[in-house]
Design a protein around this ligand. Structure first.
Ligand code: ATP
Ligand code: MG
Length: 183
């Protein structure tokens, strides 16, 4: 299973629909300061179910919507789509019946976020579980933010353990146990 395309529409500085095609091997994104490199990685984390505005460098979730510029009005929604190639059929159970999996998250002002997987409405939790089980989730150590290494070095043991659990792909199991205990 691998990422093949990230599509942004109205997300942060990407006001016009933009495709980032992800080929096999290493992909580098280069450009001057402020051109949107970090916004691309935030879009990736967001479509995987990130729900902490601070992880998106914002104060509220709607801050990811294009806020307008001198020559362009603000938008009232943002949408990110992530395409996964799954011809090896290694996607987690429940999502493993197709060669391609498209995850779409859309946020509309005053209406919150909605998610779709291959065109079907799903809950945020379903998308978060899909990536937690695949060990590439929004909190996964596969995505290393600026400053995260020093945070890890200075972290409390409990928080450091959480990173190991995410890397081992078992955080989805903990989440399910926690939910079962609440019932
Ligand atoms: P650096 O090289 O400095 O790390 P970068 O390429 O990572 O830069 P980003 O931080 O991704 O740049 O992009 C910052 C730009 O995105 C800024 O110009 C900022 O104004 C713009 N931006 C962020 N949020 C929004 C928004 N909601 N609407 C419009 N523009 C936004
Ligand atoms: Mg940056």
């Amino acid at each position: 299973m691998r990422f093949t395309r990230l599509r942004l529409n109205g997300f942060k500085s990407f006001v016009d629909p933009t495709d980032l095609v992800i080929h096999d091997g290493l992909t580098g994104v280069v450009g001057p300061n402020g051109c949107g490199k970090s916004n691309l990685l935030e879009a990736l984390r967001w479509v995987m179910g990130e729900n902490r505005p601070t992880a998106m460098r914002g104060s509220g979730m709607e801050d990811v919507i294009f806020a307008g510029a001198a020559t362009r009005p603000a938008r009232n929604f943002a949408e990110v789509s992530l395409l996964l190639e799954n011809s090896d059929r290694r996607a987690p159970a429940g999502f493993n019946d197709q060669d391609q999996i498209e995850i779409v998250r859309r946020i509309t002002r005053d209406a919150g976020s909605a998610y779709k997987v291959n065109g079907k409405d799903v809950r945020a939790r379903d998308v978060q579980m899909l990536f937690a089980d695949a060990s590439t989730g929004a909190h996964s150590p596969a995505l290393v933010r600026q400053g995260q290494i020093s945070e890890l070095i200075n972290a409390k043991p409990k928080n450091r353990r959480r990173v190991l659990e995410e890397a081992a792909g078992i955080s989805g199991l903990y989440q399910r146990r926690h939910e079962a205990e609440l019932r």
